[in-house]
Design a protein around this ligand. Structure first.
Ligand SMILES: Cc1cc2nc3c(=O)[nH]c(=O)nc-3n(C[C@H](O)[C@H](O)[C@H](O)COP(=O)(O)OP(=O)(O)OC[C@H]3O[C@@H](n4cnc5c(N)ncnc54)[C@H](O)[C@@H]3O)c2cc1C
Length: 457
């Protein structure tokens, strides 16, 4: 039960319009794109850093849990307020403060939607590489807190590679700034990197300085089909093993392609056992050379058909189809278990087989989808959480997929994070001392554990 005086003081900071406290309003903030729920006591929409600081000062005195929220698209339950308290929603702190192409940076508030930043940069001939499938909804603050990735992160790297600096409000309400607006900076600990992937457990990010890049001269996208899933995965391992680094190398199995096509009707190859969506970019001649090398590897692995998107519209349609994958799978059942394991790229064929075998063993439907070039696999298992027997099978399959990834020197998450979904699995890939060290860092900046409690640290 939160002290009523504290609630009154919190409400005063943001005003009536930016405070939700009715049961109906709170219910909208008790879930994200994972399948658990927990009710907050209050949802506040700050507009400035000083408001965030004021809110945290009160929460810190009264030991009220605070969970940050961007767009609530987390697939691991990171933005669910597991212990109730305040949800601090950053959707109104959404200004692009500065775009400086001469010095290659952009300064944004945390609530800026990823796609809006891309739109703002394009007229300058620049872009921001991390492109999560949720880019039309998810915020830069959420991307930073989850260290989000996306298809083109194979060539360009993930969010942490683009954060030059940030402003953070700690649990006490103290404001701290890290890094700078310089693309090279090794002054002291790289504290901004510590906050990337911290899932709102260390502080509230209120401003971010991002590195931006010039748009490539040319981009080509290929849709490749195989009549064997093993060969599809082997082609990926061969391309990467030959030192070829496309922008994106996405694998989808038959179930995934069929499920998308049933919804999108865009003529995807529904009879293929495996497909690859491959993108290359750069100077035109270099792209052509790269496509030639990739084509040789695809043919050597038995590709049945290789098609290059002829127009920008065709290219966008293919990517739109790929990005719709969670949406269409979510429609198959009341709940959707999505995985985010990573294995070394050379182990993709083995891991693909293991996923299919595990799903067969537990009589579950699985769609295999992967940012295969960097070994990041997203098997999706649609099921009904209210069906206890079925859900127990899903849980067993999930345990085994996780253990299988660890056995191949893989890891638990490539981009979606740990959240509520994976805390219990941390010992599979992190030793005890490393887990304890995270606890030491947490204790130093949030001694009362008010920031996003109930999560991985
Ligand atoms: C259809 C779909 C496709 C997706 N595709 C991808 C993908 O390709 N790659 C990928 O990496 N992810 C993907 N995701 C997962 C999700 O979109 C990302 O994790 C995203 O970064 C979350 O952003 P958000 O704004 O929704 O944050 P939220 O879900 O609201 O929050 C995520 C975490 O960030 C914290 N947080 C939010 N704002 C702040 C802040 N200002 N300060 C401190 N902490 C904060 C929250 O407390 C929480 O722990 C996908 C999700 C969906 C639904």
């Amino acid at each position: 039960m939160i002290d009523p005086d504290a609630i009154d003081n919190l409400k005063k900071i943001v005003g009536k319009d930016r405070c939700f406290d009715s049961a109906e309003q709170l219910a909208c903030y008790c879930y994200d794109a994972y399948f658990e729920e927990a009710m907050p006591d209050l949802v506040l929409f700050p507009c400035t850093r000083d408001e965030v600081s004021g809110i945290l000062k009160i929460c810190s005195i009264h030991k009220i849990p605070v969970t940050a929220r961007g767009a609530g698209t987390s697939l691991c339950g990171a933005s669910i307020p597991a212990k109730g308290g305040v949800v601090l929603c950053f959707s109104k702190m959404n200004r692009i403060v500065e775009i400086n192409t001469k010095d290659r940076y952009a300064i944004v508030e945390p609530g800026v939607v990823n796609a809006d930043l891309q739109k703002a940069l394009a007229p300058f001939g620049f872009f921001y590489p991390p492109d999560p499938g949720s880019m039309a909804m998810s915020t830069i603050g959420g991307n930073v807190a989850q260290n989000a990735g996306g298809p083109r992160c194979l060539k360009y790297g993930v969010t942490v590679d683009y954060v030059l600096g940030m402003e953070v409000v700690l649990a006490s309400g103290k404001v701290v700034r890290f890094g700078s607006r310089n693309v090279k900076d090794v002054t002291g600990y790289r504290l901004s990197s510590l906050f990337c992937g911290s899932e709102g457990t260390l502080g509230m990010v209120t401003s971010i300085i991002l590195k931006v890049l010039p748009l490539p001269e040319s981009v080509s996208t290929l849709l490749v089909t195989f009549d064997d899933l093993d060969n599809t995965a082997k082609a990926v391992a061969d391309i990467i093993g030959a030192g070829i680094l496309p922008v994106a190398l996405e694998l989808m199995d038959k179930t995934t392609i069929r499920t998308i096509e049933e919804k999108a009707h865009i003529g995807l190859p529904v009879d293929a056992e495996g497909t690859l969506l491959i993108e290359v970019d750069g100077v035109k001649e270099a792209c052509e050379k790269e496509i030639k090398k990739i084509t040789e590897k695809l043919e050597a692995n038995g590709a049945v058909n290789i098609e290059v998107a002829k127009t920008e519209d065709e290219r966008e349609t293919l990517w739109h189809a790929r990005r719709s994958v969670y949406g269409v799978f979510a429609k198959l059942s009341p709940s959707l278990y999505t995985e985010d394991i990573v294995v070394p790229a050379g182990k993709i064929p083995e891991m693909t087989r293991m996923i299919v075998d595990i799903a067969d063993k537990y009589k579950l439907l699985v769609g295999v989808m992967a940012h295969a070039g960097d070994g990041n696999m997203h098997p999706m298992i649609p099921a009904d959480k209210s069906n206890k027997e079925e859900w127990a099978r899903v849980k067993k399959a999930f345990d085994e997929i996780m253990a299988a990834a660890a056995s191949l020197n893989g890891t638990l998450s490539g981009e979606h994070g740990i959240g509520l979904a994976k805390t219990e699995y941390l010992p599979l890939v992190m030793d005890e001392d490393a887990i304890e060290f995270m606890g030491v860092i947490k204790k130093a900046v949030d001694p009362d554990g008010i920031l996003n409690p109930g999560k991985f640290v």
